[in-house]
Design a protein around this ligand. Structure first.
Ligand code: ADP
Ligand code: GLC
Length: 489
C-alpha cells in the first residue's frame, strides 16, 4: 500500500505533544511492514535549523492560489529510511517562526492561511510527484482540509490524488475555527460554506470538514470514541460525529517501545528491567539530585510531564495543598504552557522547597528520567483522547495515577478494583477524585509487597505498535474496498 501521513507534528522534527510521537512511530512501523510511506510536515524554523535539514533535497517550487492571491513556496524531501520519506512544505512567511501554532499568549492570527496553504501544498505535491496514494491519512484540524481539497482537485483535473482518505482525531478540543473570511482562502465552491460543509455557527471549521469529507474517521482510544458522541466531550461536534457514527473507528495509540524502554533508555543513568527493579531506586536518586530535592526516606516521589493546559487537570494538583503540606511526599513536575498554571506550580515549589520542584521547559531527556525515577506518575486530566505518558510509565514500573476518562481508562487497570491485575490508580476526573487517589497511593506505597506486585503487572503490559498498526492496516484495506464518501456539501 502507498500511505501518506499529513500532520503538523512529527517526532523528532517538531513536537508539542503525543501527536508527534504517534505519527513518527506509526509511519515507521507501517514502512517496516512493507508499505511505502511518506509524511508531510510544514518546514518550521526548528526543522530548517535542525541537523537533518542539511540532507533534505529540494524538489520544486509551488504556486498556490489562496483567495485572489498566489502564494509561492518550496518543497523538500528527506529520506528517512527504506520506503519512508518526509516531505517538507516551506514558505518562510508562514513557517519560519519560533513556535508551530502561536506564542504563549495567543495563536498566530494567520493560522487559517498557514494551514490552508499546507493542505493545498500536500495535494499539489502528490499530483506533481505522481504518488498515487492508496490512503491519505490526515491528523487533526491542521490537515483536515486535505480530503476535500483532494476530491475537488480530482474533479477538476481528472487525476487521482489519493484513493481513500482517513482523518484521525487526536484531540477534539482543537478544531481550527476561523472567521468566515477564511472560507475565501480555500477557493472551494461557495456551496461548501453550509451546514453540511465547513460552516460552523457562521465561522469556518476545518475539523468539521475532515469529519464530513474523509472516507473514514478514527480516534485514538475506544473510550474517547464513545465519549465524543456526547455533548460533555463532543466540543460542539457531537452532532456531526453522530452523522458519521458508522464510519467512526477507535484505534488505540501504540508507543515506541525502543525509545521508551528502561532496559536500553539512553537518557537514564541506570537501566533496569522487571528482574532488577531495585535499580530503579538509583534513577530516583539521580532525579532528585538533578532537580536539587533532598533524599527523603520513605517519601513517594510523584512525577508529572505535561503540556500545561486546562485539559490536563493541573489545577487539581495545585488544589491539594494539605496533601503536599502534611505528608512525607515529593513532586517533580515538567511542563510548558498556560502562564497561570506555570505560576501555580512555581508557587507550590516555593511553598514546599524540600518537596516540590517544577521545570518550565521542554526537555525530552528529563521526561525520561522522571518516568524512570518517580514512584507514581500523575495524569489527572479532565479529558484525554488517549494519553501516552501512562503507557510509558507502566513500562517503567512507575504507577500511573489517572482520571477515569478517554484512553486513560482504557489503558490503566485500577489496583483497588482489581487487586490481582491492577496496574495503577484510577479516579474521578476532579479535585476530589485526585484527593482520593493520592490518599490511596500513600497506603499503596506503604505496602511494599503490594506496590511491587502492581509494578510487575504494569511492566508486563504490551503497548507496542503491533496490534494498533495492524488495526490501521485492516482499516486502510477496508476503506479501499469500501465506498468513498460523497463530497458534495
Ligand atoms: P498530549 O499529546 O495531550 O500532550 P500525550 O500523553 O499523548 O499528551 O503525549 C505527550 C507527549 O509529550 C509525551 O511524549 C510527553 O512525554 C511529552 N511532553 C509533554 N510535555 C513535555 C515537556 N515539557 N518536556 C518533554 N516532553 C514533554
Ligand atoms: C492528543 C491527545 C492525547 C493523545 C495524543 C496522540 O494530543 O491530547 O491524549 O495521546 O493526541 O494521539
Amino acid at each position: 500500500m502507498k500511505i501518506v501521513h499529513v500532520s503538523s507534528e512529527q517526532h523528532p522534527f517538531i513536537k508539542t505533544g503525543g501527536l508527534a510521537d504517534v505519527v513518527e512511530s506509526l509511519s515507521r512501523h507501517t514502512a517496516k511492514q512493507g508499505h511505502e510511506v511518506i509524511s508531510f510536515l510544514p518546514l518550521y524554523r526548528a526543522v530548517r535549523e535542525s541537523e537533518w535539514f542539511a540532507q533534505a533535497q529540494r524538489r520544486h517550487s509551488i504556486f498556490l492560489q489562496l483567495g485572489d492571491e498566489a502564494f509561492e513556496g518550496e518543497v523538500y524531501r528527506l529520506k528517512l529510511g527504506r520506503r519512508l520519506a518526509l516531505y517538507l512544505i516551506g514558505r518562510d512567511e508562514f513557517f519560519d517562526r519560533s513556535y508551530p501554532y502561536g506564542t504563549k499568549i495567543r495563536d498566530y492570527s494567520d493560522n487559517d492561511a498557514r494551514f490552508i496553504f499546507f493542505c493545498k501544498a500536500v495535494v499539489d505535491t502528490l499530483l506533481r510527484e505522481n504518488f498515487h496514494a492508496d490512503i491519505l491519512h490526515c491528523h487533526d484540524w491542521q490537515s483536515a482540509l486535505v480530503p476535500i481539497f483532494a476530491r475537488v482537485e480530482e474533479a477538476y483535473k481528472g487525476l487521482q490524488v489519493g484513493m481513500r482518505s482517513l482523518l484521525t482525531i487526536h484531540n477534539l478540543a482543537f478544531q481550527g475555527v476561523f472567521p468566515d473570511r477564511a472560507f475565501d482562502l480555500t477557493n472551494l465552491p461557495s456551496a461548501f460554506f453550509s451546514i453540511d460543509g465547513l460552516e460552523y455557527y457562521g465561522q469556518v471549521n476545518f475539523l468539521k470538514s475532515g469529519i464530513l469529507f474523509a472516507d473514514g474517521v478514527t480516534t485514538v482510544s475506544p473510550n474517547y470514541a464513545k465519549e465524543i458522541l456526547l455533548p460533555e466531550f463532543g466540543c460542539g461536534l457531537e452532532g456531526v460525529l453522530q452523522k458519521r457514527k458508522s464510519e467512526l473507528h477507535a484505534i488505540l495509540n501504540g508507543i515506541d517501545t525502543d525509545a521508551w524502554n528502561p532496559k536500553t533508555d539512553i537518557h537514564i543513568p541506570v537501566n533496569y528491567t522487571v528482574r532488577n527493579l531495585d535499580r530503579k531506586r538509583e534513577n530516583k536518586e539521580a532525579l532528585l539530585k538533578r532537580v536539587n530535592l533532598p533524599k527523603q526516606p520513605g517519601a513517594p516521589l510523584y512525577g508529572l510531564v505535561s503540556r500545561l493546559t486546562d485539559q490536563k487537570g493541573i489545577d487539581f494538583i495545585l488544589k491539594q495543598r494539605s496533601f503536599w503540606a502534611k505528608n512525607n511526599v515529593q513532586l517533580v513536575a515538567l511542563g510548558k504552557g498556560d502562564a497561570k498554571l506555570e505560576k501555580g506550580l512555581k508557587r507550590l515549589g516555593q511553598k514546599f522547597p524540600q518537596k516540590v520542584h517544577a521545570c518550565f521547559d521542554y526537555d525530552e531527556a528529563l521526561s525520561h528520567l522522571i518516568q524512570a525515577g518517580a514512584d507514581f506518575f500523575l495524569i489527572p486530566s479532565r479529558f484525554e483522547p488517549c494519553g501516552l505518558n501512562q503507557m510509558y510509565s507502566q513500562r517503567y514500573g512507575t504507577l500511573p495515577m489517572v482520571s477515569r476518562v478517554g484512553g486513560l481508562a482504557d489503558t490503566v487497570v485500577d489496583a483497588l478494583e482489581n487487586p490481582e491485575s491492577g496496574t495503577g490508580i484510577v479516579f474521578s476526573p476532579n479535585e476530589k477524585g485526585l484527593g482520593k487517589g493520592l490518599a490511596q497511593s500513600l497506603k499503596l506505597y506503604a505496602d511494599a509487597k503490594r506496590y511491587r506486585k502492581i509494578q510487575r503487572n504494569a511492566m508486563a503490559r504490551d503497548f507496542s505498535w503491533g496490534i494498533s498498526a495492524r488495526d490501521y492496516e485492516n482499516l486502510y484495506t477496508e476503506l479501499m474496498f469500501g465506498d468513498s464518501q460523497t463530497f458534495s456539501p
